[in-house]
Design a binder for this molecule. Structure first.
Ligand code: AMP
Length: 364
C-alpha cells in the first residue's frame, strides 16, 4: 500500500551497514533525508556517514522495535536479513521492499520456481536435500553443473561446480550438507544484469543493460553499453518488469542474467538481488540519478528519477589491495574514485570501485 511521501527531514532506517548502506545514506542526505543504520557488525562502513546507528543482532526484538520507532520507513541493503526481523519492524513502521518479496528471493529454490512460473527462461535445475538426492540430481541435470546452497550464498559462496570427475559426496560435504539446488552449467557468451526501480505507485524505471565480468565468482568489471545483440536490452527490461510487478516490489532490484547463443541470442535469468547492486554502481557517475537515489526515492514514496544515461562507463571493483592504488587512480581525470572507508583490506573484500567515464557512444 502506498504511504504518503516522506517530507525532507524524515528518517530512513537501513538494515545492514556495508558499502551499499553507505551509498544509500549519501543519496538520502542529498534529498534532505536522514539515514539510521542497524547493523550487527561493529565498525560498519555506513556508521561514519549516517545520522545515527545501532549495533545489535537481528534477533534482538527490543532493539528492532526501538529502531523501527525511530524511523519513518525501513529498508535493507543485503538480502540475508532475517524475514522475521522485517516482520517485527512492519508492526511499527512501513518496510520496503516487503518481507514477502524478500522471502521468495532468499531461497534459490523458491526464486527459481517463481521465475519459471512467470515464464522467464532459467537454467534447468532441481532441488537437493541429501547426498542421495544429489546423485539423482546429477543423473538428471548432468555434468558440468553447479551445486548452490538455497540460502545465504553470495559472491560464489556456498557453490561447488560439479565437473566430470567431481565426487558427489565430497561436493555435498563442501556445501556443509545444506539444502541446495543443482543447476545446469550454462555455456554463456556474456553475463549481463538489469537494475531497475519500482515506486509505491507501481511505476518503474530501468537502467541500461550492463555487461559484467566476474573473477573468482566476484564481480570484477561492469560496462555500459553491454556488447549484446539488438533487442536483448528490451528483453532484459521485460523480464525485470515481470518480476517487479509480480512481487508488487518497491525499491531497487537487480536481475543477473546469462546471454546464451544457442541458435540465436537469448537471456536466461540467473538470480535476483532484492537491493541496490554492485553492477549498478556505474549509475552514480553515468546517469543523472543513481540506483541509490532511485531506491531512496522509491521507499520514501517520492517520484522516481529518470534512469537516462549520459555517458559510457566502465566500473572496476577495487578488491583487497587494489584500493592502495587510490592516488594513481584519482590522478586520472576520466576516473571517478569511490572508497568505502573499510579499515582492513582483506583478500576478496570489496574496498571501493572506480568508474571510468567516457562520452556517450565511445564504447560499442
Ligand atoms: P551466482 O552466485 O549464482 O550469481 O553465481 C556467481 C557466478 O558464478 C555467476 O556470475 C557466474 O559467473 C557463475 N555461475 C553461476 N551459476 C552458473 C551456471 N549455472 N553456469 C555457468 N556459470 C555459473
Amino acid at each position: 500500500m502506498a504511504e504518503p511521501p516522506l517530507r525532507p527531514g524524515s528518517a530512513i532506517g537501513i538494515l545492514g551497514g556495508g558499502q551499499l548502506g553507505r551509498m544509500l545514506t549519501l543519496s538520502a542526505a542529498q534529498l534532505g533525508l536522514d539515514a539510521r543504520i542497524y547493523c550487527e557488525k561493529p565498525d560498519a562502513p555506513s556508521f561514519r556517514v549516517a545520522t545515527s546507528h545501532v549495533c545489535a543482532p537481528f534477533t534482538d526484538e527490543a532493539a528492532l522495535i526501538r529502531f523501527a520507532r525511530s524511523c519513518d520507513v525501513v529498508t535493507f541493503e543485503f538480502e540475508n536479513v532475517p524475514v522475521e526481523a522485517l516482520e517485527i519492524i512492519t508492526r511499527y513502521t512501513p518496510v520496503f521492499p516487503s518481507p514477502s518479496a524478500l522471502r521468495v528471493i532468499q531461497d534459490r529454490g523458491e526464486e527459481k520456481a517463481f521465475l519459471s512460473s512467470l515464464g522467464i527462461p532459467i537454467a534447468d535445475f532441481c532441488t537437493v536435500d541429501s547426498e542421495a538426492g544429489l546423485q539423482d540430481a546429477i543423473a538428471r541435470i548432468g555434468r558440468p553443473s553447479m551445486l548452490k546452497t538455497r540460502r545465504f550464498g553470495y559472491d560464489g559462496k556456498g557453490q561447488v561446480r560439479i565437473n566430470g570427475d567431481t565426487n558427489a559426496a565430497k561436493a555435498w560435504r563442501d556445501i556443509a550438507a545444506a539444502p541446495a539446488v543443482l543447476e545446469a552449467f550454462v555455456p554463456f557468451e556474456r553475463e549481463v544484469s538489469v537494475v531497475a526501480a519500482r515506486g509505491q505507485d507501481g511505476e518503474s524505471i530501468f537502467y541500461d543493460l550492463t555487461e559484467n565480468r566476474h573473477e573468482n565468482q566476484i564481480l570484477a568489471e561492469s560496462r555500459v553499453p553491454a556488447r549484446v545483440a539488438e533487442g536483448l536490452e528490451t528483453e532484459g527490461h521485460a523480464i525485470v518488469r515481470k518480476v517487479l510487478d509480480a512481487l508488487d516490489y518497491v525499491g531497487v532490484l537487480a536481475v543477473e542474467m546469462f546471454v546464451c547463443n544457442d541458435g540465436g541470442p537469448r537471456l536466461l535469468a540467473n538470480e535476483i538481488a532484492p537491493r541496490v547492486h554492485n553492477s549498478g554502481h556505474w549509475t552514480l557517475d553515468g546517469c543523472g540519478a543513481s540506483q541509490f537515489e532511485a531506491h531512496v526515492r522509491a521507499v520514501a514514496g517520492w517520484p522516481l528519477p529518470s534512469s537516462a544515461r549520459h555517458s559510457d562507463a566502465v566500473m572496476t571493483n577495487l578488491i583487497g589491495a587494489d584500493a592502495e592504488r587510490w592516488h594513481d587512480l584519482a590522478a586520472d581525470p576520466a576516473n571517478r574514485v569511490h572508497l568505502y572507508g573499510k579499515s582492513e583490506a582483506r583478500p576478496g573484500r570489496k574496498m571501493g570501485h572506480v568508474t571510468r567515464i567516457l562520452p556517450l557512444g565511445t564504447l560499442s
